[in-house]
Write a protein that binds this ligand. Structure first.
Ligand SMILES: Cc1cc2nc3c(=O)[nH]c(=O)nc-3n(C[C@H](O)[C@H](O)[C@H](O)COP(=O)(O)OP(=O)(O)OC[C@H]3O[C@@H](n4cnc5c(N)ncnc54)[C@H](O)[C@@H]3O)c2cc1C
Length: 223
């Protein structure tokens, strides 16, 4: 289920229940609600615990202040359709996660290699964080096997992964362009208009990616 309040995105989907139970009625329901928050003001306020400490990289769920959760439930009632507002209301302990981007200029420096989120942390709309980290790891293993020298192995690894990782970063920026907390320039506004409609979200995030995932899963199963 997708919902697009102005400048925001909320989605919900079933996930496995306890003991990986996939039967309807035994699964859990996950929801995500992307809400722009200017970093120095609103984001810091949300990430501040009851003792006044700001958890910039992410606040542990038990430390999210009750008034922040009450505000979330109130906003859900005001902005979301009743089905999603009910999901938010029934969640005993909603947690929040700030979204940052990380993009390294080099995945390799000397004998050090950066992989996964440490190298490229894309916006979540591409849903590629796990796949990207695993593919980095596989490329590194392949390169180490194919080369006797560490330096040439790392050069091969970096050449294989930088381009695709940059594409994932850009795709995440494009898909999330209409969810930005800061004022946008002309080109960002154009992208926001392009990617922020219900039709674009459904075809670019929901349906197309789902179909592609199913196709690659089938290819994986049948060779
Ligand atoms: C709320 C949330 C939802 C997400 N949902 C999705 C999703 O649906 N699909 C998807 O593809 N991706 C999702 N991601 C992103 C995904 O989790 C990451 O992209 C992925 O885990 C990156 O893998 P990684 O191995 O690079 O880093 P990590 O999985 O973060 O692994 C890094 C490890 O290093 C350890 N570590 C850190 N510092 C040290 C140290 N000094 N010494 C030793 N160990 C250390 C950490 O404890 C951690 O275990 C989500 C992320 C979050 C936060």
């Amino acid at each position: 289920m997708f919902c697009l309040p102005p400048g925001e995105q909320c989605l919900s989907y079933p996930v496995a229940g306890p003991d990986n139970d996939l039967r309807p009625g035994h699964r859990r329901c996950n929801f995500l609600w992307y809400r722009p928050a200017p970093e120095a003001t609103e984001l810091h306020r949300l990430l501040t615990d009851a003792s006044g400490h700001i958890h910039e990289l992410g606040i542990p769920p038990p430390l999210v202040r009750p008034e922040v959760i009450a505000e979330l439930r109130e906003a859900a009632r005001a902005l979301l359709p009743p089905q999603l507002a009910e999901v938010v209301g029934l969640t005993p302990r909603p947690f929040l996660q700030p979204i940052y981007e990380v993009e390294t200029p080099h995945m390799v420096r000397g004998r050090v290699a950066l992989l996964g989120d440490a190298a490229y942390l894309a916006r979540p709309h591409v849903a590629a964080g796990v796949t990207k980290a695993a593919q980095d790891a596989m490329a590194l293993a392949d390169a180490l096997q194919a080369n006797d020298e560490i330096e040439s192995a790392l050069a091969q690894f970096e050449a294989a992964r930088v381009g695709i990782n940059r594409q994932v970063m850009q795709r995440g920026r494009d898909l999330g362009s209409y969810l930005q907390p800061h004022p946008m320039g002309a080109s960002e506004r154009r992208k926001a208009a392009l990617h922020g409609t219900p039709q674009a979200v459904m075809s670019e995030v929901a349906v197309l990616d789902f179909l592609q995932a199913m196709k690659s899963r089938l290819r994986g199963s049948f060779g």
